[in-house]
Design a protein around this ligand. Sequence first.
Ligand code: G6P
Length: 647
Amino acid sequence: MSTRHGMGGRTGGSARSRSRTSAVRKAPARVTAMCGIVGYVGPRQAEQVVIGGLRRMEYRGYDSAGIAVVTDAGLVIAKKAGKLANLTAELADHPLPPSSQGIGHTRWATHGGPTDGNAHPHASASGRVAVVHNGIIENFAALRAELQAEGVTCISETDTEIAAHLIGRELDRGSALADTMRTVCLRLEGAFTLVAVDALTPDRIVAARRNSPLVVGVGDGEMFVASDVAAFIEYTREAVELGQDQVVEVTPDGYVVTTFSGEPADSRPYHIDWDLSAAEKGGYDWFMRKEIFEQPRAVADTLLGRLDSEGRLVLDEIRIDDAELRRVDKIVIVACGTAFYAGLVAKYAIEHWTRVPCEVEIASEFRYRDPIITPTTLVVTISQSGETADTLMAIRHAREQHAKVIAICNTNGATIPRESDAVIYTHAGPEIGVASTKGFTTQVVACYLLGLYLAQVKGTKYGDEIRELLEEMDELPEKMQRVLDRVDTYAALAQDFIDRKSVLFLGRHVGYPVALEGALKLKELSYLHAEGFPAGELKHGPIALVEPGLPVFAIVPPQGRDQLHDKVVSNIQEVRARGALTVVLAEEGDEEVVPYADVLIELPRVSTLFQPLVAVIPLQFFACELATLLGHDVDQPRNLAKSVTVE
Ligand code: G6P
């Protein structure tokens, strides 16, 4: 059942007593969230804009949703555990009153279960203010104790509710909403985006951010705030990027940005270079499938405009001078998930082209092992969203050690590029499917551009060699398209493997991270046991898993690299001799693999280092197709979120 708050908690009473019981029974819990936030003020019906915005942010992952609108009779809040459809069904039964000011939220619970009561928005004790929140308020226990000592009763298990009470308390003391937000933010520790509406302050929304995304959408006589521009792209393509520790007050006609202490603050307006169609499925059943097919275009966009008039490579924002880059004697790539695998691919190219040692590290492990970082270490961070908390914390640690940080990112103005010394944007357009696809291929390409840029600056490659490699990269979109032209083969494979419980992926050199990524896609989408291994490691353990009928995908290097190629062919024979069903990805015309392939997937001819860009596509498509056949939600796989803004 939903919880609705009128002014003075008119309709909130019963929900309060129910939640109080559970709060007493359970140990203090706190909410950490990877949420979608949206706020609207303007002439349209707030409910329609807010729910539409939440729908466009569903991909971020969530397990409850809620909305608050300001009406003449006060605040009205509706919130439901589960998918947005639960909330919209509730709203269909009990429509919200008309309103021109509203906020909404999709919450991902990790502490304090995904219940109606824990869903956002949360109201202050008087019911005057409603708050939505993304992040963690780390000192919430002390703040809650302070509020409880004053007689405030907390009805949920969340930290967010504390912020609502603190804001409500300040407002009741006569402060204005924006002043209140600033005062409260100064008392909060941790990561948060907070958005608040006050029933007694019509026509405005106040929002604040620290370590968590927030962007303002500037319309004509209407304004938006959101975690992600997708929430308002339908209405405006003009956005404003907020900085760290800033508060914004929006009214239909404008916005004012200040620091937490109230000084005027700079914010960066920008134009969003994609439109509504990019955020819609465009006839595909899944965003993921659409994004798989978008890869040739996305990679072409990553490569676009990278040469200056003298044919030298230029990157988006490099605020590190050449002399400093020349001194770099170690590169460390930090990233999570698929971005980490893109980094693993990049290592081979970067070391080969620059002769600088390159480590690749899972971001969540990085700072805990006391990594050796010096001022001549270059840290490269890869993040599609630019908001992944583990990655953000890793680069902060690196910068504290005086390393320079270059971000490879797909999201303009996100926190990670903002906090880096240089940025290469992948320009892939929005990626909405939780499982990354065009994110991966464009990250690999951006890493390659970085590798070549460093080689240019350091002089480890001649200009003509760099141009030759760039020319070959320019041909990649067309080659990727040829792989996509054969998707029927991969779809048929999914049909054949529908009853399998386990799948292995093997590769060597850059084929190894492709194997890891193929396995990850299958785990994420099909919930199957899938593992990727370096093919050479097979005999040191994984071969014990091979039994008759086990599907084993093998990525075979191009034939030019004979030793590497032949070794993988031997590995394929090893598993096949033990009854495995081999699916072999090899370049066109590779006759040597034919006798050992139960299924042969032909790839266009490319150099070894570029092979991941064509080899990963069949694996992505296979996972998408198998999950579809199994009846899974491909765009929002269970337990996963697109943007993981908690550590
Ligand atoms: C989550 C997503 C993955 C993604 C990873 C890193 O786990 O589900 O698809 O690869 O985060 O995300 P990032 O935005 O930093 O690339």
